[in-house]
Design a protein around this ligand. Structure first.
Ligand code: HEC
Length: 135
């Protein structure tokens, strides 16, 4: 048990310091596309929304250019306007159409669907608000 904790600390502490360091180079605490947004997309969205995958609604989220291009319903991001951006609206409850993202098939009825944490939704929202830059 002690060993595992040491390993955890060894992994978590440097990555936190790394994040702090990365944050300092940017203006205040605006999330960066590469450091903060892309990992969320990778974790929750790319299993479906990737050119290599089945790419529902023709929305590929592999990189900034594809995200900005959007899918069937147009651009997934309106820079500066999270309240008009599908990237944000579709990960929240009651999206304007279709399902809340990420869609997940439940294998067992008692399994809860996976959802982004409040913090992760906040990262997307702040990034869009700050202009959705490819940084
Ligand atoms: C299990 C597969 C799956 C995953 C994972 C998934 N999606 Fe989707 N997505 C879909 C399907 C299917 C649709 C079309 C139906 C709908 O809109 O509900 C869709 C539609 C969308 C649309 C609408 C695109 C348009 O123009 O019509 C957006 C935006 C979107 N997804 C964002 C996301 C984001 C952001 C994530 C990750 C947080 C994500 N999706 C994860 C399957 C998935």
């Amino acid at each position: 048990m002690k060993m595992r904790r040491a390993v955890l600390v060894a992994l978590v502490v440097p990555s936190c310091l790394g994040l702090l360091g990365a944050g300092k180079q940017q203006t205040d605490s605006v999330p960066s596309f590469k450091t903060n947004v892309m990992p969320i997309l990778q974790k929750y969205c790319l299993p479906c929304h990737s050119e290599e995958s089945f790419n529902p609604s023709e929305l590929a989220l592999d990189d900034h250019a594809r995200l900005m291009k959007g899918g069937e319903h147009g651009p997934a991001v309106v820079p500066g306007k999270p309240e008009e951006s599908l990237l944000v609206k579709k990960v929240m409850a009651d999206p304007p159409f279709g399902k809340q993202m990420p869609v997940r098939k439940r294998r067992k009825p008692e399994e809860k669907p996976v959802q982004l944490t409040e913090d992760e939704v906040q990262v997307l929202r702040e990034w869009v608000k700050a202009g959705a830059k490819n940084d």
